[in-house]
Design a binder for this molecule. Sequence first.
Ligand SMILES: [Zn+2]
Length: 447
Amino acid sequence: MDNIVNTDHRELMDLFTLALINKFIFLGALPIFFIYRMTFSHHQDGFWKQLRLNAKNFTIALSSILLLIFLNSKFYASFFREHKELRYFTNPTFPIYSVVQFAFSNYSSLDSKISIIGTDAIIPETDTQRDLIIMVLGETARSERFSLNGYYRDTNSLLSKEKVISFSNFFSCGTSTAESLPCLFSNFGVHNYKRTLALKTENILDVLKHTHEVNILWRDNNSDSKGVALRVKNEDFRTPALNPECDEECRDVGMLSGLQKFVDDTKEKDILIVLHQMGSHGPAYYKRYPAAFEKFTPACHTKELSECTLEEINNAYDNTIVYTDYFLSQVIKFLKMNSKKFETAMLYVSDHGESLGENGIYLHSLPNMIAPVEQRKIPAIFWFGDSILEDIDVDEVKKISHERYTHDNIFHTLLGLFEVETKLYDSRLDLVHHKNILNTDKGRTVL
Ligand SMILES: [Zn+2]
């Protein structure tokens, strides 16, 4: 229900296909029409007689079901335990229940004010070097498709030439943009996170703002910030108005246009720039990269995935990763140009992963409880400029980069990079300046 409300018309058009219209008409509208036109004659022989007949049929049906389950109890016991999601598929009341629950949880959050956090945040005067940090928010990128994480195809030909650190065992908070974004910027942690609560509470961007020492810019080539960047400077790069790199659609790399001016115009303060990518958003993977980036062929060139082979779908998806590899290398190039004046760093992390046909599942957004690992295991890649390396023990960061982490770590890692002092900061969750790093596991911080 959350995803229905949070999907914009562009995403909707990617999902709107002829097959969908056909299914809607022939499997939905027409049967409903015929059933509606049918006339039933109820209890011709009197109410009680009909009730007895119904009760008899019901009892026979129920006993048959129970008998069959009993005879195959060994199979069903493990089957239902292994496939808890079945109760969502078979129960027609579940969507109705969800609508009511969704309406209530959103209604209750309408009137309340934003809770303020981290007002004690300061950057001490001893931090004299200015920071320029670019956080790239990936879209639908799955960890295992990056050759930096061991993928057999070369999808990182450019990043592999840079001194990057790839966290190969990193998990997202949720499986959709709307769920993951407020979580990864919040201080609740995957385990305690509730979207409605997170949107009513200030996030890491606000805490950095409280220091009065960080100039923040959010550039979006995706749908929007999902409520995260409402209180910071926000620019829309989905149209040619600001984005000079538009053909079939506006490209992620266009978000770097005019960025130098923003950096140059910022006097004295540190800078945080968030670039929210279109990335690998499906099902129209082929639209997500310019023709020159079609490295793996044949690639699926329709949004109706059922018309393509698995190989074609995977080729198109992998090409989106090749384009992200290029985009990130351009971000690093931009940071290198500013590394004399600033302590620079890039943090790239995706919002969630993607299913590409494993067990017949495609796309993302399954509830965490039942989501396959492909939808939650995401890339997280850091790069550091030369001057910031005085403050960072890169070997130590590399050493811990294969442990399990989650979006929980981003809040504290950003505080650490900007050297912010606040009671909210937990160095045990800071991936860069950690002391006694903790592994954060999916759904729970392991303490
Ligand atoms: Zn997303």
